[in-house]
Design a binder for this molecule. Structure first.
Ligand SMILES: [Zn+2]
Length: 123
């Protein structure tokens, strides 16, 4: 995920994670269709396409990730206001000041941000 986000610099990269019971087994690299340097946008069509393949693999959507090329690994106010998935892991890969940092959160629908523990296992 980090190397994928790194390649997209200076743009934000984004994607989805799916697996069994809140694991991120599969990484879905999604096209960032925003041309704005600090925004990301995944089209409904590409999300639907990913969902179909998740179903084939009998996996469920468990997380959403995007990168912050030049800000810390915490959700921006825009991220908090525009998160359609209050029950999923919300992962941010930051390259702030040249350092790689990964933050994992749950953004509740009331705007509360709860940190989640991110457990990284081997690929
Ligand atoms: Zn963001």
């Amino acid at each position: 995920m980090v190397s994928y986000c790194q390649k997209a610099l200076p743009y934000e990269a984004c994607g989805l994670l799916s697996g069994y019971q809140a694991t991120g087994n599969t990484l879905w690299k999604m096209k960032n269709e925003s041309h704005n340097l600090n925004r990301f946008y995944m089209s409904a069509g590409s999300i639907k396409h990913a969902f179909e393949h998740m179903e084939e693999k009998e996996e469920e959507l468990s997380g959403i990730f995007h990168s912050h090329p030049s800000s810390p690994a915490v959700p921006s106010s825009f991220d908090i206001e525009n998160n359609p998935y209050p029950d999923l892991a919300y992962i941010i890969v930051s390259f702030y000041k040249g350092k790689v940092d990964v933050g994992c959160f749950r953004i509740k629908s009331d705007g509360k941000v709860l940190p989640l523990e991110l457990i990284v296992t081997e690929e």
